[in-house]
Design a protein around this ligand. Structure first.
Ligand code: NAP
Length: 343
């Protein structure tokens, strides 16, 4: 059961992204050397500056993760891989293929490069998603690692190019994770695999993002609540499940460090909520923010009786992670967005 130890060299793919940048930083702060993959030199140089003084960091350009051999250079000499790169688009006009190809070929491509160039690697963790588990069961269903999303692949199969982006994205995560497990089953590599399945990842931003319009999907959905761009009629909003980005990065680290994590998937989610919970926390902690709607405060007890649950007890039991309370997540996220976008 090879695991990584301090000083080892970890490749983080998609290091320029919201989660990727946090993941690279978390590995550095935990005493690892880190290489990131990015799509442009400017994104790589941003990270070099961001991580200055934090430890040894370098980056490799991988502009098209669907290209055969795209990761050959990046995996050379590393001890483990955390594969986070994948397109996240859940609204607007996007064809399933635009999400499925990079998600699936990106995943199998990293694994093929490892087998070709660096087969003695210790471990690989992929960022899958709670959406690879979420089946839209009505009511208070308790999701666990046994669940697989079956409705999104069926929707995409049936609707093709007309599929809802929500289902296309979910399908990209289902099929990428299944391709990961199949690769391991078929090729029986010497390294072991782990999947982390986070719900909506929330928290501060550290990646290169100079305007709210360029925020990644999960933070982009929160931003207008704090920025006073929503109204009473937008409340209570849809039900979602969320988790702090720092808990997700720790899950990636422990996935490579903990022997018992091998071959397992980990549902990573702390809280089920609606936008009503966002505004309750904003009103409690940020009294100076204008135009935050009020809705019906203090109704969580009652409302949450109808919410689905993401059971993360395996994450706590096996990886030893205690999840951050929802209030702290929203406070950290709001402070960071206010600082970045000056509001
Ligand atoms: P993000 O900020 O958009 O980051 C995505 C990363 O993947 C970026 O580095 C991006 O590169 C790269 N990427 C996207 N499409 C690519 C393509 N076609 N070719 C090469 N690289 C590509 O999104 P994120 O929220 O951090 O998501 C990171 C991972 O977490 C994804 O695997 C996502 O499915 C998973 N996840 C996210 C959430 C969430 O709530 N955010 C929840 C569960 C799972 P550029 O920077 O160059 O665009």
């Amino acid at each position: 059961m090879p695991t990584i130890s301090k000083g080892d060299y970890v490749l983080v793919t998609g290091a320029s992204g919201f989660l990727g940048a946090h993941t690279a930083l978390a590995f550095l702060e935990a005493g690892y050397r880190v290489r990131g993959t990015v799509r442009s030199k400017s994104k790589g140089e941003y990270l070099v500056k961001l991580f200055a003084g934090k430890g040894e960091f370098d980056y490799v350009l991988v502009d098209d993760i669907t290209r055969e051999g795209a990761f050959d250079e990046a995996v050379k000499g590393v001890d483990a891989v955390a594969h986070t790169a994948s397109p996240v688009v859940m609204s607007g006009a996007v064809e399933p293929k635009e999400l499925l190809d990079p998600a699936i070929k990106g995943t199998t491509g990293v694994l093929e490069s490892i087998e070709k160039v660096n087969p003695g690697i210790k471990r690989v963790v992929i960022t899958s998603s709670f959406m690879a588990m979420f089946n839209m069961y009505p009511g208070t269903y308790r999701y666990t690692e046994k669940d697989w999303n079956e409705i999104s692949p069926a929707h995409v199969e049936e609707n093709g190019a007309q599929s809802w982006p929500f289902h296309s994205y979910n399908t990209s995560k289902v099929l990428a994770e299944k391709a990961f497990w199949k690769f391991i089953e078929d090729k029986k590599p010497s390294w072991e695999g782990v999947a982390i399945n986070p719900s909506w990842i929330l928290g501060p931003i550290i990646h290169d993002c100079d305007s709210p319009e360029k925020l990644n999907e999960s933070i982009a959905l929160f931003y207008p609540w704090a920025a006073g761009k929503m109204t009473e009629k937008d409340l209570p909003g849809q039900v979602g499940l969320g988790v702090h980005v720092k808990d997700v990065t720790l899950a990636h680290i422990r996935a490579l460090e903990v022997p018992e994590a091998a071959g397992e998937r980990f549902l990573t989610s702390s809280h089920t909520y609606t936008s009503q919970d966002y505004v309750d926390i904003l009103h409690k902690h940020f009294l100076d923010l204008p135009n935050v709607p009020v809705g019906q405060p203090e109704t969580y007890e009652e409302r949450s009786k109808e919410y689905p649950i993401g059971d993360s007890s395996k994450l706590t039991r096996v990886l030893g992670i205690t999840l951050t309370p929802f209030g702290d997540i929203v406070v950290d996220m709001t402070k960071s967005l206010r600082e970045r976008f000056n509001f």
